[in-house]
Design a protein around this ligand. Structure first.
Ligand code: PEP
Length: 254
């Protein structure tokens, strides 16, 4: 399968930004942006704003996503939110294993795997984040880190489960720093991720997989990154908070 046949997904990660009123205001603008055919646009908003966002985006081409989800349906897990709860609001995607969750909240490959499985059971597409930090890039272990994270995240999955996932390559050193990976660096790792998926699930699964790049993607660099053979979309933090910037990124996905 060539690049043209894969689903292009441009997802905004709002992190811990915007209250309910601001969410409504930004989505009011965002829902009218023109979305090229074969491109899915998603906003992963803070959990508390999912009801407001879902209401505002209803009937538009915009999907609403979460930034995390727990693997159990319910129980004594203070502060957590289950995939079942997300499903109630029609959430279509959830980020899992974002590097900020790995760094500050003890997320491991094992919990990423369980969270992704719970998403899939509830018809939610997990956006599984993987990526090396600066030290790992500099000491030449990027591929080892990626291999471990990818294998851990999809451990025990069937081909069918794999087909419901997105993998986002997000080099930690490029997130929120203004330092973007060059298109060549990003392509090299995204191609490696596709190769790993091919080794585990076969060529067809790998060729159909949507792989995003994330890390300081913006209106200026999006076109080049998105034109690379193995980059099928973007996970965008800072530049997804302003309608004008995000619209340009979506347009360059055409
Ligand atoms: C992110 O939060 O996933 C991200 C890529 O952030 P930024 O675009 O701001 O680097």
């Amino acid at each position: 399968m060539n690049k043209e046949k894969r689903r292009v997904v441009i997802a905004g990660n709002w992190k811990m930004n915007k209250n309910a009123r601001e969410t409504r205001t930004v989505l009011e603008q965002m829902k009218n942006i023109s979305v090229p055919e074969k491109v899915d646009v998603v906003f992963c908003v803070p959990a508390i704003n999912i009801p407001v966002a879902a209401k505002e985006a209803a009937g538009s081409k915009i999907s609403i996503g979460a930034q995390n989800c727990h693997w159990e349906k319910s129980g004594a897990f203070t502060g957590e939110i289950s995939a079942d709860m997300l499903k109630y609001y029609g959430v279509g995607y959830s980020i899992v294993g974002h590097s900020e969750r790995r760094q500050y909240f003890g997320e491991s490959d094992e919990t990423v795997n369980k969270r992704a499985a719970a998403c899939l059971e509830n018809g939610i597409c997990p956006i599984i984040c993987v990526g090396e930090n600066l030290r790992q890039r500099e000491n030449g272990t990027t591929k080892d880190v990626i291999r471990q994270q990818v294998r851990g995240a999809v451990k025990g999955f069937t081909q069918r489960q794999m087909a419901g996932c997105i993998i986002a390559y997000e080099p930690v050193w490029a997130i929120g720093t203004g330092k973007t990976a060059t298109a060549r660096q990003a392509q090299e790792v995204c191609a490696y991720i596709r190769q790993l998926i091919s080794e585990i699930f076969g060529r067809q699964a790998a060729e159909g997989l949507t792989i995003q790049y994330g890390g300081s993607m913006n209106a200026e660099n999006a076109k080049q990154l998105l034109s690379m053979e193995d980059i099928d979309g973007g996970l965008i933090g800072g530049a997804s908070l302003k309608a004008e910037d995000f619209e340009k990124i979506v347009a360059s996905a055409q």
